[in-house]
Design a protein around this ligand. Structure first.
Ligand SMILES: C[S@@+](CC[C@H](N)C(=O)[O-])C[C@H]1O[C@@H](n2cnc3c(N)ncnc32)[C@H](O)[C@@H]1O
Length: 288
C-alpha cells in the first residue's frame, strides 16, 4: 500500500486536479506508456504533480497541462511526468530463486549449447535503478569462477530517465544492500569512506558489462539487439492491462532467440495468452 503524503505548498494554493484534467492525463499516460491510471490514482497524481508545479513555478493544472501537450512540453516535460507516475521499487536479489535457477541451470545450458555465440546477451527490461541488472552480472561472474568463461553483455532499460541515471551511477545506500551475500559485496562493490552517509558503488569491471538506455516498452520497435539469450521483465507488466501485457510480451519474445529464457515477476501470469513459450517454472519460460 502506497503512503500518500501531500505537503502543502508555501506560495501556491492547493490546486485540485479536476475530473476532466485527470482523465486527459491518465488517458495520455495509458495510451503512450501502458501505465494504468484508475480513478484511485487521482490523489496520488495530484499530490505528486503539485510538487512538480511548484518546481516549475506554474500555478494551475490548466497551465501545466497546456505545457505538457505543447511541443516544448512534449520534449521537455513528459519524461518528468512519467517519473512521477512510475513505481520503481526494486532490490538486489529480488525474487532470489530466479538467480539460483540462472546459476544452477540456465547459464550452463545456454553457454554449452553448440549453437551458442558469444557474447551472451541479456536484457533487464524495466530495470529501475539497476539492482536487477547488477544482480544478473554478479551471478554470471560467480558462474565463471566455478564453471567456464564466456563473454556477456547486459542491456538495462527503463522508461524513466531519472532512474536510468541512478542505474548508470550504480551508487546505493548501504542499507539497500543487505540481500547481497558478504563475499559478493567484497568482490564486486566498493564502500564509500563517508561513514555519515554509507554507500557502496558497483566496481567498474561490472558496470562496464551493462549498457543502460531509456526504452518505452509501448514503442513499436526496441533499440535492443535481436537474438537475446535471456530477458528479465519482472514487475513491469503488472502496471499494464491484459491486452497491453500480451502485446508487449509478443514484442519481447520476438527479441528472444529460440530456446532463450524469459523471466517474469512472481505476481505476473501469462495464463490464457497465446504465446510461443513453454513453462519451466511458474514465472520462467523458454521460447519454442
Ligand atoms: C517495480 S519496477 C521493477 C524493477 C525490476 N524489474 C524488479 O523487478 O525489481 C517497474 C519498472 O518498470 C518501469 N516501467 C513502467 N512502464 C514502463 C514502460 N512502458 N516501458 C519501460 N519501463 C516501464 C518503471 O519505470 C519501473 O522502474
Amino acid at each position: 500500500m502506497e503512503t500518500i503524503t501531500c505537503a502543502k505548498p508555501t506560495f501556491l494554493k492547493l490546486e485540485q486536479l479536476t475530473e476532466s484534467q485527470f482523465n486527459k492525463l491518465s488517458k495520455y499516460i495509458f495510451e503512450n506508456y501502458g501505465i494504468k491510471m484508475p480513478e484511485e490514482k487521482k490523489i496520488i497524481l495530484q499530490c505528486r504533480l503539485q510538487k512538480r508545479l511548484r518546481e516549475l513555478q506554474i500555478d494551475s493544472f490548466k497551465d501545466y497541462i497546456d505545457y505538457v501537450f505543447s511541443s516544448d512540453g512534449q520534449s521537455k516535460e513528459v519524461s518528468h511526468m512519467i517519473d512521477v507516475v512510475s513505481t520503481n521499487k526494486t532490490d538486489f536479489y529480488r525474487e532470489a530463486d530466479h538467480f539460483k535457477l540462472l546459476a544452477d541451470n540456465v547459464l550452463y545450458e545456454l553457454s554449452s549449447c553448440p549453437e551458442f555465440h558469444e557474447p551472451m546477451k541479456i536484457w533487464s527490461a524495466g530495470c529501475s535503478s539497476g539492482e536487477e541488472a547488477y544482480t544478473i552480472a554478479f551471478t554470471i561472474e560467480e558462474f565463471h569462477a566455478k564453471n567456464h568463461y564466456f563473454d556477456y553483455t547486459i542491456y538495462g532499460s527503463d522508461i524513466s530517465f531519472r532512474i536510468i541515471k541512478q542505474a548508470i551511477e550504480a551508487i546505493y545506500r548501504e542499507d539497500k544492500t543487505t540481500a547481497i551475500p558478504m563475499e559478493i559485496k567484497r568482490k564486486y562493490l566498493l564502500r564509500s569512506k563517508d561513514r555519515n552517509n554509507p554507500t557502496v558503488r558497483v566496481k567498474p569491471n561490472i558496470r562496464n558489462k551493462i549498457i543502460f538506455s531509456r526504452q518505452n516498452l509501448m514503442e513499436e520497435k526496441y533499440s535492443i539487439p535481436d537474438y537475446l539469450d535471456i530477458i528479465f521483465c519482472r514487475n513491469v507488466l503488472i502496471y499494464f492491462n491484459r491486452q497491453t501485457q500480451e502485446k508487449v510480451l509478443n514484442k519481447l519474445i520476438n527479441k528472444l532467440k529460440e530456446g532463450g529464457y524469459l523471466f517474469l515477476g512472481h505476481s505476473e501470469s501469462i495464463t490464457s495468452m497465446d504465446l510461443p513459450l513453454s513453462r519451466i517454472k511458474t514465472t520462467v519460460f523458454k521460447k519454442i
